[in-house]
Design a protein around this ligand. Structure first.
Ligand code: C2E
Ligand code: CA
Ligand code: CA
Length: 410
């Protein structure tokens, strides 16, 4: 579980003295004592340039001289990276545009709030601070990526350098551990542990994609056996690129290996990914239908983006819909996201599909998903992906906390 650290030094940027005082008081009520003030955009940028202690800013949009949008651009230009909360009295459509802009600029946006800002709203935005911090450190650690080629993949398969990490999927109502998603990592002899962002595209374009999928399946089956033996009847999901399903032999091998493992196919969910789906539509759909008939779960991954549009739901014989984190993350803070999320849940209900929300990072988003009747959640709020050996100890240490989340009053 990520600790809920608040920013130690925060800068309030607003041309109205009254508004600044109000924010300073709110922050004080929350236990943030080092609250600085800037009277306009220029003052703010000057302070941020010279004071590296400032971890977060609360930014007004309408200011004379340099407005809030300009301040955001200036932060990016100067490579300054405080966490940002935008607070403005302007209409929600404009706030949404600023939010999208901030995200696409790569800013650490904790929230976009309408004035007058309530204590709960500010608290909830600030509660995202630790996660944003973690992500920033994470992405710094990962860039720039190593140069890899097909021969590396071939060796990695041979030397068993690919490792399966597992991220828990938890029932929102009862706080039960339902299953895990297997996520690939590469334990590279020179570059250390690599996340998929560095190599999965290369793998998916290569002729080794089926072999990589099968290794992930084998590793997951082995762990699944252990979890079942330990009394946890979990299911697991693996990610299968739609492209590799045009290879009908892959489905045969998946069916064979699962049968040989003794794990029932209904404990195995295939998350179908990739935007340029369906190279060979007929074969792919046939393969999916066969897997479904054998009892495998099929999940439409990244629902709401790219290939995972509504039309695909009518074609793919799926049993689960995985709502992309773009609609989940911050939904409690954004009316627009909430509307899209509700409509995804509505469609799933009408098609009798189970729904998993991915990218749940905060208690607020968790509570919203619960109140909207979403089935399962996955995300840093519950747990980050972990090695297979860590799952049972994690569950033993976190069972009470997670079950309590299931019992939280609305
Ligand atoms: P995905 O299938 O959408 O997997 C979810 C990703 O979101 C994972 O990233 C996971 O670590 C991350 N995530 C989980 N909870 C949170 C959260 O609360 N906040 C945020 N910001 N992120 C969260 P990861 O492990 O880096 O995997 C990235 C993508 O790589 C996956 O996205 C999937 O498309 C692909 N991938 C992973 N493993 C495999 C694999 O075995 N085969 C194939 N073909 N693709 C894979
Ligand atoms: Ca997935
Ligand atoms: Ca996804």
């Amino acid at each position: 579980m990520i600790s809920n650290r608040l920013p130690q030094h925060l800068l309030v940027i607003d041309d109205s003295e009254l508004q600044r005082q109000f924010m300073v008081e709110l922050c004080g009520d929350m236990g943030i004592d080092n609250v600085l003030q800037a009277v306009d955009g220029f003052d703010a940028v000057a302070q941020l340039k010279t004071n590296p202690l400032i971890e977060a800013v609360i930014l007004d949009l309408e200011m004379p001289g340099m407005d809030g949008v300009e301040v955001l651009h200036e932060l990016v230009r100067l490579g300054l990276d405080p966490a940002v909360i935008v607070a403005s009295a302007r209409e929600s459509v404009l706030l949404n545009v600023v939010e999208s802009m901030g995200k696409s600029l790569g800013l650490r946006l904790l929230g976009v709030l309408q004035k007058p800002v309530l204590y709960e709203q500010l608290a909830s935005s600030l509660s995202r601070f630790s996660v944003a911090q973690l992500r920033a450190e994470h992405s710094e650690a990962q860039a720039p990526g190593p140069q890899l080629n097909e021969q590396d993949i071939e060796r990695a398969l041979r030397e068993r350098e690919f490792v399966a990490y597992f991220q828990p999927k938890v029932g929102l109502r009862e706080g039960q551990l339902k299953g895990v998603e297997a996520l690939i990592r590469w334990q590279h002899p020179q570059h250390g542990l690599l996340a998929p962002v560095h190599f999965i595209e290369l793998v998916e374009r290569s002729r080794y994609i089926s072999e990589v999928t099968l290794q992930m399946l084998d590793m997951s089956l082995q762990y699944c056996r252990r979890w079942h033996d330990a009394g946890l009847p979990l299911s697991f999901s693996i990610n299968v690129s739609a492209r590799s399903l045009a290879d009908s032999k892959l489905a045969d091998k998946i069916i064979e290996r699962v049968a040989a493992s003794g794990i029932a196919p209904h404990h195995v969910i295939l998350e179908i990914t990739e935007s340029a789906i369906m190279v060979d539509l007929g074969t792919t759909l046939g393969t999916l239908a066969r897997l479904r008939l054998k009892g495998f779960g099929l999940s439409v991954d990244d629902y709401g983006t790219g290939f995972s549009c509504m039309l695909q739901l009518s074609r793919v014989p799926c049993s689960e819909l995985k709502v992309d984190r773009a609609f989940v993350n911050g939904a409690s803070q954004s009316l627009h996201l909430r509307i899209l999320l509700e409509s995804a849940l509505d469609i799933a209900r009408k098609l009798s599909l189970r729904v998993v929300a991915e990218g749940v990072e905060t208690r607020e988003d968790w509570m919203l998903l619960r109140s909207l009747g979403c089935g399962e959640a996955q995300g840093y709020f519950v747990a980050k992906p972990m090695p297979g050996d860590a799952l049972l100890p994690w569950w033993r240490a976190n069972r009470d906390r997670v079950q309590m989340l299931g019992a939280l009053a609305e």
